[in-house]
Design a protein around this ligand. Structure first.
Ligand code: PEP
Ligand code: MN
Length: 328
């Protein structure tokens, strides 16, 4: 696969590509006009003065890889920069349950230093008989809490038909179960808002980065990769947090990497160590579930931190960040 980085004018190369037997796709990304061309045998034959540089990409993922883009991508969500020197923490309940619950948690996590408010309005539950989330009402509550605290929001989209409700959402989460829902990935790519892309619990790092390619191929470069644990034979934790995979993703991709220590932990007592390990491994962002009364939560009750546990964790994150030369 080749990425041609084009000078502004590129009609002439398009004509040549159309006449050749090469396949190609053009996309504007990070202010650059790109032409992705394959197979290699055809791509090397194309020559045109409108091509600034031709980069041969050897990995199965293309746009999310750093062979053509050496500099790290910083994803800006309402002025909060993910992928720079600061470690960004997003926190909030697994699911939006009520206005009181979200306001209490939003105030608590903001005080503790979180930069984002998370909370699911549309919940991907294993059983259709479990709490499915409040839907549009949930988004409304989240938005109100965001306006009152100033924290931008991140919330999961399950179905592109719900996008009209996501107008005032700041970052769209694509959950583990939809990590390879390619039509949904294309839709959020076109929608254009920043995307937090979870790794599917059965996906390799290559597959995860290829999923990111679907969003990027639509011209949306604001993608943050999120490791949330994979399925292995080990059942002492809910999922196995793949710290190694996260390190590899950071090495292979220019995109920022987030870690969600809550879902692999499955137990609030394990969240702290997984969060700290992720930061030590280079995570740019953390996504942490916090609930004012976790034992009463309607989903993921065992793994949600209390507000005071979260405060304690933030103090430790602050200490660790200093040691590794990052800020929070
Ligand atoms: C969540 O963040 O609450 C969630 C459902 O995450 P995942 O898709 O990783 O299971
Ligand atoms: Mn959850």
């Amino acid at each position: 696969m080749y990425v041609f980085i084009m000078k502004r004018k590129w009609d002439s190369v398009k004509e040549k590509l159309e006449k050749s037997s090469a396949s190609f796709k053009s996309v504007e990304l990070y202010g650059k006009q790109l032409m992705i061309v394959w197979p290699d045998e055809e791509a090397i034959r194309i020559d045109d003065p409108s091509i600034e540089i031709k980069v041969r990409v050897k990995t199965p993922f293309v746009l999310s890889g750093n062979e053509w883009k050496k500099e790290k991508t910083i994803v800006d969500v309402n002025g909060v920069e993910i992928g720079g020197n600061d470690v960004v923490v997003a926190a909030g309940p697994c699911a939006v349950e009520s206005e009181e619950q979200v306001f209490e948690v939003a105030k608590g996590v903001k005080r503790a230093g979180a930069k984002f408010l998370r909370g699911g309005a549309y919940k991907p539950r294993t059983s259709p008989f479990s709490f499915q989330g409040l839907g549009p009402k949930g988004i409304e509550i989240l938005t109100k809490a965001s306006e009152s605290t100033g924290l931008p929001t991140v919330t999961e989209l399950l179905d592109a038909r719900d996008l009209p409700y996501f107008d005032r959402v700041n970052m769209i989460q694509i959950g583990a179960r939809n990590s390879q829902n390619f039509t949904l990935l294309r839709d959020v790519g076109k929608y254009g808002k920043p995307v937090l892309l979870k790794r599917g619990m059965g996906n390799t790092v290559d597959e995860w980065l290829s999923s990111a390619d679907y969003v990027l191929a639509e011209g949306n470069g604001s993608v943050v990769l999120c490791e949330r644990g994979i399925r292995t034979f080990e059942h002492s934790t809910r999922f196995t947090i793949d710290i190694g995979g996260m390190i590899v993703a950071k090495r292979l991709s220019h995109l920022p990497v987030c870690a969600d220590p809550s879902h692999p932990a499955g137990d609030r007592e394990l969240v702290r160590s997984m969060a700290l390990a992720s930061i030590a491994a280079g995570a740019d962002m953390l996504l942490i579930e916090v609930h004012p009364e976790p034992e009463k939560a309607l989903s993921d009750s065992k793994q949600q931190l209390t507000i005071s546990m979260f405060e304690e964790l933030m103090n430790q994150i602050r200490g660790l960040s200093k040691v590794i030369g990052r800020r929070i």
